[in-house]
Write a protein of this length. Sequence first.
Length: 96
Amino acid sequence: MLEAFGSMLGYTLGSGDSVPDISWGAESIIRQQCQDFEFIRTALRSRFEALRDGTIRVKGINEVAKIMALSPDKVAQVLQFAVGINARPKKVAAHG
């Protein structure tokens, strides 16, 4: 998108066209870039925090266990040992 912005600006300045004619397009490109960066920042921050806190959960651990002919708990132990990811399913507290 930055290349598109640069091309628009370069063409406009080189051709002598009116800069206000491209201002909406330029603003749209920059706004989209900012939105994309915010999305990426939020996603990365949440994943880094989950890594730091050891709260990343592995989706489909039961399927992995089935393929490997192991119990889900055993697969979770291997992941914990190998890469430090807590893959154990969250325990649901019993209310009573």
